[in-house]
Design a protein around this ligand. Structure first.
Ligand SMILES: [Zn+2]
Length: 230
């Protein structure tokens, strides 16, 4: 049999757990989804060549490192130069800010400076290929192979697809819609895979220095796919 102090402790713990559980259940019952309903949009004519541009971006070995001095900065610079040549209209219309040398903040100034900006993010660093797993790759990790209706390589999903997707969208918008009402920031970080201390964090500071907190920040998420590859 339990001694009295233990019994009291067990009873009071039980009471706390019951209280927490009832609050949690009560809140769960009252919870309403904040998912906004949005109207369907027309499909967007993504150019066939977009896959090739993603494949080309994969060739730059922007492999993440904990130690900033260990980064292959030439690979990052090469990638940014490639973006300049692949998306000239974007670079004509947006301001480019270099952040801690290897991250970039692209800013498309909106027509109405009183509205809060939006921030669209991606990262261009990739994790290294695990030692001893090279033979497991269907196609080499840094060759940017387009085959079997897919783009293959390190960063194809995480996260150069986001970076290239953003630039494809910007290209279409710059040429089609023209200047937006609100400012659009596109941030490309160079060290997300090690927590983003010199990339995203510094980019966020640069955005906040401009005086307005963003209305929304959109970063990478899980992949949305129709089929699943084994
Ligand atoms: Zn990622």
């Amino acid at each position: 049999m339990w001694a009295r102090p233990f019994k009291l402790l067990a009873l009071s713990l039980g009471g706390v757990i019951a209280l927490v559980a009832s609050i949690a259940i009560g809140r769960a019952v009252q919870f309403e989804s904040r998912q906004v309903s949005v109207a369907d949009t027309d499909s967007i004519p993504v150019p066939e060549t977009a896959a090739q541009r993603l494949a080309r971006a994969i060739e730059f070995r922007t492999i993440t490192k904990r130690e900033p001095t260990a980064l292959d900065s030439a690979a990052y610079r090469g990638l940014y130069r490639y973006l300049e040549t692949a998306y000239p209209v974007v670079h004509d219309s947006l301001d480019v800010t270099r952040v801690n040398d290897l991250s970039r903040l692209y800013t498309w100034r909106g027509a109405d400076p009183s509205t809060a900006p939006i921030v669209l993010m991606a990262h261009v660093d990739v994790v290294p290929v695990e030692p001893g797993t090279r033979g497991d790759w269907t196609h080499p990790p840094f060759e940017g192979v387009v085959a079997d209706s897919a783009v293959w390589g390190r960063g194809a999903l995480d996260d150069k697809a986001s970076a290239i997707g953003l630039f494809e969208a910007l290209s279409l918008l710059v040429e089609g819609e023209g200047r937006p009402e609100r400012t659009v920031h596109v941030a490309l970080g160079h060290d997300e895979e090690v927590g983003g201390p010199r990339g995203a964090r510094a980019v966020a500071d640069r955005i906040m220095e401009q005086g307005q907190a963003p209305a929304i920040v959109v970063d990478e998420g899980g992949a949305i796919t129709k089929t699943r590859r084994a």
